[in-house]
Design a protein around this ligand. Structure first.
Ligand code: ADP
Length: 730
């Protein structure tokens, strides 16, 4: 991966690049190399006295010497001069202002010092001090491609183009015996051949190749040959400076082959070496492009690496922040949990401690109330007792709530009679109803199972809370308890307890606060109503612990409906009573009773302080078609017996105020009362009860929950035969 390259590797890459760069660029420093010159004192003195040598130049004699487009003196000869400079310290100054035609004259006149590109002629040998041959070349005759001439001997006596005032002109004339057509430069002579003005031209091979390539003259061909007398260039020194010629010769002798090759490859485009130069140029260009690309890539990698490093740092910082924050939050949560536990533990301990003296207060108030106290004292004690009871209920709420919060509230599952649950609930709520002109309506599905398995105490607590609230927050109208059940696939029954009231209702915005702890909503309306704001929170929690839920709907000012749904296991699925509606009696379950008769003329009285129980007995007796009166106290029962002629009385045992035993004995004392069959109806089923009731004036005994077969047997036994209307067999 590019971004994974380490810094060390990047540095290595830089070094490689530098190496490529150094190799790709030609090295001028090579001029400074070679054997050290062994100069005489005279020569060294000469150099000291003549540090600047003035050079006569041919400005258009490429590639040997010329002025480039920037006016710089360039070419093979200037490179040799540079080499001489490097080795001797002499400085060569080109006399650019002097035309080449004049240059030789000037050297003769000692106005210039040196001519660097002289081919050998006898005349030059006489006029100048010629150095040794420092650069060798071949000669070439240029012809057009379609020319029949291919041999130098063919030019004898024929015209040939040549640059004037050169050794070539001399050679063409004296050796080839050609007729000369003189041109100012070799370039002009080559062009003349290319465009057909001349048949052939004679020139130096390097110049010819250089010109053909540079001018793009594709229609030309050339013949090369060696000349004995015109083999290459000498440098021509003014005739009074033999020291300079000696210095030059020493330098030329010291020039290495590498130095010569370098100068050659730089300027000469001779066949393969020219090609090499072209390839080298392409290679240099490619290397340069490659270099740029590599630098670009390296910079990219570097910046990418920096970015990654930055991101990594950010990530590390972020992780550190998150872990710090998490630790803080964990600490805070731990502290909050500890605080909550401490609070719950404190509340639990405190409520438990208060409960004990509260029980004493309530218990002793009760004991006092049993005594004969003066009327005002008895009122005070009653107040103490009631205040104690309400304080105890608050403490109980707090204790329950703390237990739930601390996770210490357990659900205890045992078998229980559904009728007992309903009975208890009704009995307790009845006392609360006494203080208010409210109707209490119950609507309980008689088909619900008689025996359930679950935590009856907690179910009862929930129901009492919902009913208690309904009574508390309703001033007139009614409170209705509707109980129904739905069988579930897992064999359990989902009980639905719906408590509807016609009370003050709850505002929509207060709904979600209802189940919060210590929340009392609508404080203005609820002013003066006692409560901790814990009841619903406890009930909802208990409900959920049992797998149920409490929901509420309400219309502000009109009333509320709280519904608790609670799943319970079924221990005995036989119905706890019959459905209240007469039509339901036709159902298969009812038919199985096969009661054999009806008694439409018979009149029955059922006495029970529990409305639920009354509803149950009423519905169980329904198939007999008898007239059934009900009442909830002994006193009313006596009044009713006085008014009506009853054929059978069902009397509950334990009732507030006058109990069943008392009421029965009162009835017996009434006129005609001794002959009325009175059946004791009681949940007290311990042995010896039957005897006790019979001794106390009862005619018979039936325990709750009511066994249908026993009831039918009892009705058949006690309803007089003349009141019975036999049922037709099916
Ligand atoms: P409290 O002990 O105050 O009754 P609860 O948790 O049982 O506490 O009820 C919370 C609040 O919900 C009550 O203070 C009351 O404002 C409101 N509330 C509960 N039941 C009813 C209802 N049947 N009708 C109107 N408001 C009710």
């Amino acid at each position: 991966m590019l971004c994974g390259i380490g810094w060390k590797r990047t540095r290595l890459l830089y070094c490689l690049l530098a190496a490529v760069f150094l190799l790709a660029v030609p090295q001028p420093g090579i001029f400074a190399q070679g054997p050290v010159l062994d100069l005489t004192e005279a020569e060294r003195n000469f150099i000291q006295e003549h540090p600047v040598i003035r050079v006569g130049i041919d400005p258009i004699f490429a590639p040997f010497e010329f002025l480039d487009i920037n006016g710089h003196y360039a070419g093979i000869a200037p490179d040799y001069l540079a080499l001489i400079s490097a080795k001797t310290g002499l400085r060569f100054e080109p006399a650019k202002e002097v035309p080449y035609a004049e240059a030789q004259e000037r050297v003769l006149a000692h106005e210039l010092d040196l001519l660097p590109t002289l081919g050998w002629t006898a005349e030059r040998e006489r006029n100048f001090l010629l150095s040794q041959l420092y650069y060798e070349y071949k000669l070439a005759i240029v012809v057009r491609e379609d020319s029949p001439v291919n041999n130098i001997d063919d030019f004898r006596g024929r015209p040939i183009a040549v640059q004037g005032n050169t050794s070539n002109a001399d050679f063409a004339f004296s050796v080839l015996k050609a007729s000369l057509s003189l041109y100012e430069s070799e370039e002009k002579a080559v062009l003349a051949v290319s465009d057909g003005r001349e048949e052939a031209m004679l020139g130096y091979l390097p110049t010819v190749v250089y010109l053909i390539r540079n001018l793009g003259l594709s229609n030309l061909n050339y013949i090369t040959f060696d000349s004995d007398i015109n083999k290459g260039f000498h440098m021509g020194v003014r005739d009074d400076w033999p020291e300079l010629r000696r210095i030059l010769d020493k330098v030329f002798s010291s020039i290495t082959q590498a130095e010569k090759t370098e100068i050659q490859t730089r300027w000469i485009l001779l066949s393969d070496s020219g090609e090499r130069w072209r390839i080298a140029r392409v290679a240099y260009a490619a290397a340069a492009v490659l270099l740029v690309m590599l630098i670009f890539i390296v910079l990219k990698i570097y910046s990418h690496r920096k970015k990654i490093a930055r991101h990594r740092q950010n990530e590390i910082d972020l992780r550190e922040m998150v872990s710090q924050r998490t630790e803080e939050l964990q600490n805070q949560t731990r502290l909050a949990v500890e605080a909550s536990r401490a609070k719950s533990a404190f509340l639990a301990r405190m409520s438990h401690e208060i409960r004990t003296p509260m029980n004493v207060i309530i218990g002793l108030s009760e004991v006092l109330l049993q005594r004969d106290l003066p009327a005002d004292a008895s009122g005070d004690v009653l107040n103490i007792k009631q205040a104690g009871i309400s304080l105890l209920s608050i403490i109980n709420d707090i204790l329950d709530f703390s237990k739930i919060e601390a996770g210490k509230m357990d659900i205890v599952n045992t078998d229980y009679m559904f009728s007992s649950l309903m009975h208890d609930v009704e009995n307790i709520i009845k006392f609360k109803l006494e203080e208010k002109p409210l109707e209490f309506v119950t609507n309980i599905d008689a088909g619900l199972p008689s025996k359930l398995r679950g935590d009856m105490v907690r179910v009862r607590q929930i129901l009492l809370n919902l009913l208690g609230n309904a009574v508390k927050y309703t001033n007139e109208g009614s409170v209705t308890l509707t109980v129904s059940g739905t069988a579930r696939e897992d064999g359990k029954i989902l009980l639905s307890f719906e408590v509807a009231d016609t009370g003050i209702g709850i505002r929509q915005e207060d709904m979600r606060k209802l189940f919060g702890s210590f929340n009392q909503v609508d404080p203005q309306k609820n002013h003066g109503i006692e409560g901790t704001g814990l009841g619903l929170a406890i009930s909802q929690n208990l409900c959920r612990m049992m797998g149920g839920e409490i929901t509420v709907r309400s219309t502000y000012g009109k009333g509320s409906v709280f519904t608790a749904v609670i799943p319970q296991s079924v221990a005995d699925k036989r119905p706890f009573g019959q459905r209240a509606k007469a039509t339901e009696a036709a159902k298969p379950g009812a038919e199985k009773r096969n009661i054999g008769f009806t008694a439409p003329e018979a009149r029955v009285l059922a006495v029970d302080d529990s409305k639920v129980n009354l509803a149950v007995i009423e519905s169980l007796l329904q198939p007999y078609g008898m007239n059934i009166d009900t009442c909830q106290s002994g006193e009313i029962a006596i009044a009713l017996v006085k008014q009506n002629q009853y054929d059978l009385v069902f009397m509950d045992h334990m009732m507030p105020g006058m109990d069943g035993l008392e009421a029965a004995s009162e009835i017996r004392r009434l006129e005609g009362g001794s002959s009325i069959p009175i059946v004791a109806l009681t949940a007290n089923a311990i042995s010896g009860m039957r005897e006790m009731f019979l001794e106390n004036g009862f005619s018979d005994y039936l325990s709750k929950p009511i066994d249908l077969a026993k009831l039918d047997k009892l009705v058949a036994a006690w309803i007089k035969e003349d009141l019975k209307v036999k049922n037709k067999p099916d």
